[in-house]
Design a protein around this ligand. Structure first.
Ligand SMILES: Cc1cc2nc3c(=O)[nH]c(=O)nc-3n(C[C@H](O)[C@H](O)[C@H](O)COP(=O)(O)OP(=O)(O)OC[C@H]3O[C@@H](n4cnc5c(N)ncnc54)[C@H](O)[C@@H]3O)c2cc1C
Length: 440
C-alpha cells in the first residue's frame, strides 16, 4: 500500500507513525510545505522566554525518528492539486499516485476580517508565529519593540501577552468579546484571574473592541471600533481555520472550510482521509460536531485515520476541548461544557462550584466549577483556576466526562493522599458532594 500524507505536523506525523506500526510493508511519504519539521505553534514563546535556546529546538519530532520508522519526509514541497478519481496528486515538485491519501495540512492563524494597509506586504508583516518562518521573523523584531499590540485574547493571545509582560513590554490586548478566554471559561468563574489582569502593570486589556484595520508607518497603527492604537509591533492570535485551497471544491466541506468526513475520517472522496485542524469533530459533551483545533485532537485523529486506511475499523470519538495553561501567575484548565453553552445542550444543565486548599500546609486554593446534567447528574464540564499547578486534574475530569460518570461517582473517585503534595480533601471528590458547594 502506498500512503501519502500531506502536512508533517501533529496530525500528519502521528498518522504516519501509527500507519507504520499497522502496515509494516506500506510505503509512507510525508509531504511538508515548510523547511522545518514539527515546529511547535507556541515555539516562538518558548524561545523568547528562554525555555529553548534556539527556535530550531522548539520542535516535537526529529527527522531521525521518522527515518528510523522508514517514513520518507519531503520538506519544502507543497500539495498543489488533487485528482482523487485517478488516485493522483500534484505538488510543487512532481506528480505522485497513491493508494491512500491523508490530508493533514492543518490551519492558518489568519484573520478573515482584518484589513492590512498593503496586502502585498502581508507576507512580511510580523503578524503571526504559528509556523517557523513567521516565528523567526517575529523573534527578530521583538527585542526592539517597546509596545506590542495583540489581537485576540484566546489561549494563544493570552500566552503571548503573559510572555511579553514577563519581558517588560507594554502590551495592548484587543478582544471582541467582553472577557478573555471566553471559549474555555465562564466569565464569573474567572473573577480572581480578571482582577490580576486589571492589576498587571504593562498590560492593557481592551474588551468589546474589534480591530478593523492595521496600517504601517513609523510603527503600526490599529484602528478599532473605539480608538486608534500605535505600537511597535502587532500580532494576531485570532482563531485558526483551514485555508481555502485551489483544490478545495473537490471535497465536500463546511462553510468554515473544514472538510466533511465520515466517522472513520474518510472524506467525500474514496481513499482520501482528513485529520487534525482540517476537520470538525464530535464534541462529546454537546453531542454535535464542532471545530476544535487542538494538538491532542490532531494527534488522536491522525492515529484513528491510520487505523482505518485499509479497512474502516474505528470511528473517531471526538473531543472535549480540554485545555490547560499558565498565565500571569495563574494555572487555568477547562474541559467540556461551560454554563454559558447551556443553550446548545439538549438537556438541562446545573452547576456547582467550590474553592478548596490546594495543599495541606499552605494558603493556595483551587477554584473549581462543574457543569452536569440536572436529571442524570452526569458530569459535562469542569473549570479549574489556581496559583498552584492543578493542570493534570483536568485530565481526570475529562475522563469522567468521556466515561459518563455522575457527580456521585466523582465523589467516590479514588485519589492518593500525600501530605506534601495533596490536600486532605480532593477538589473533584468534593464537587461530587452536596453540602457547602453552591449548586444552581
Ligand atoms: C499560536 C498558537 C498556539 C497554539 N498552542 C496550542 C497549544 O498549546 N495546545 C494545543 O492543543 N493547541 C495549540 N494550538 C492549536 C494547534 O496549533 C493546532 O491544533 C495543531 O497544530 C493542529 O495540528 P495539525 O497537524 O492538524 O495542523 P498544523 O499544525 O496546522 O500543520 C499542518 C501542516 O501542513 C503543512 N501544509 C499546509 N499546507 C500544505 C500543503 N499545501 N502542502 C504540504 N504541506 C502543507 C503546514 O506547513 C503544517 O506543517 C495553537 C495554535 C496557535 C496558532
Amino acid at each position: 500500500m502506498e500512503i501519502i500524507i500531506i502536512g508533517a505536523s501533529f496530525a500528519g506525523v502521528s498518522c504516519g507513525l501509527r500507519a507504520r506500526q499497522l502496515y509494516p510493508k506500506a510505503k509512507i511519504t510525508l509531504i511538508e510545505k515548510n523547511q522545518v519539521l514539527g515546529f511547535i505553534p507556541s515555539g516562538f514563546l518558548l524561545y523568547i522566554t528562554g525555555r529553548v535556546s534556539t527556535l530550531e529546538e522548539a520542535v516535537f519530532i526529529k527527522q531521525d525518528v521518522l527515518k528510523k520508522a522508514e517514513i520518507e519526509v519531503r520538506l519544502d514541497e507543497s500539495l498543489t492539486n488533487c485528482y482523487p478519481d485517478q488516485h493522483r496528486i500534484e505538488t510543487t515538485k512532481g506528480s505522485y499516485t497513491y493508494d491512500r491519501l491523508v490530508l493533514a495540512y492543518g490551519s492558518a492563524q489568519e484573520s478573515q476580517i482584518l484589513q492590512v494597509d498593503d496586502l502585498s506586504e502581508t507576507e512580511t508583516l510580523p503578524l503571526v508565529y504559528k509556523d517557523f518562518p513567521s516565528a523567526k521573523r517575529l523573534a527578530e523584531k521583538v527585542p526592539a519593540a517597546k509596545t506590542i499590540s495583540i489581537i485576540g485574547a484566546g489561549q494563544a493571545g493570552m500566552e503571548a501577552a503573559s510572555a511579553f509582560v514577563q519581558l517588560g513590554k507594554q502590551v495592548e490586548l484587543f478582544e471582541t468579546m467582553d472577557y478573555p478566554l471566553f471559549k474555555y471559561f465562564d466569565q464569573s468563574f474567572l473573577a480572581p484571574f480578571l482582577v490580576t489582569l486589571k492589576e498587571t502593570k504593562h498590560l492593557h486589556l481592551h474588551c468589546n473592541t474589534s480591530v478593523k484595520t492595521i496600517t504601517q508607518e513609523n510603527g503600526f497603527h490599529l484602528e478599532t471600533n473605539t480608538q486608534t492604537q500605535a505600537s511597535d509591533l502587532v500580532l494576531t492570535t485570532v482563531n485558526v481555520h483551514p485555508k481555502e485551497n485551489p483544490f478545495y471544491q473537490i471535497f465536500e466541506s463546511h462553510s468554515d472550510y473544514t472538510l466533511k468526513t465520515d466517522a472513520y475520517l474518510e472524506t467525500s472522496q474514496t481513499d482520501v482521509f482528513a485529520v487534525g485542524d482540517l476537520i470538525q469533530i464530535p464534541a462529546l459533551a454537546l453531542k454535535e460536531q464542532l471545530y476544535m483545533p487542538l494538538i491532542n485532537n490532531a494527534i488522536r485523529s491522525g492515529h484513528i485515520a491510520a487505523e482505518n486506511l485499509e479497512q474502516k475499523r474505528k470511528p473517531f470519538k471526538g473531543g472535549l476541548r480540554t485545555v490547560g495553561t499558565h498565565l500571569f501567575g495563574w494555572y487555568l484548565a477547562s474541559t467540556g461544557l461551560l454554563e454559558a453553552e447551556a443553550f446548545s445542550y439538549p438537556g438541562k444543565i446545573a452547576t456547582k462550584s467550590c474553592t478548596l486548599n490546594a495543599h495541606l500546609f499552605d494558603e493556595a486554593v483551587i477554584h473549581c466549577k462543574i457543569t452536569f446534567d440536572q436529571e442524570t447528574r452526569e458530569v459535562l464540564g469542569v473549570q479549574l483556576l489556581s496559583k498552584e499547578n492543578c493542570l493534570e486534574k483536568i485530565n481526570t475530569a475529562a475522563l469522567a466526562i468521556e466515561t459518563r460518570r455522575t457527580l456521585e461517582e466523582l465523589a467516590q473517585k479514588d485519589y492518593f493522599f500525600q501530605p506534601i503534595y495533596t490536600p486532605a480533601f480532593d477538589v473533584l471528590n468534593h464537587l461530587g458532594l452536596g453540602s457547602d458547594s453552591d449548586e444552581s
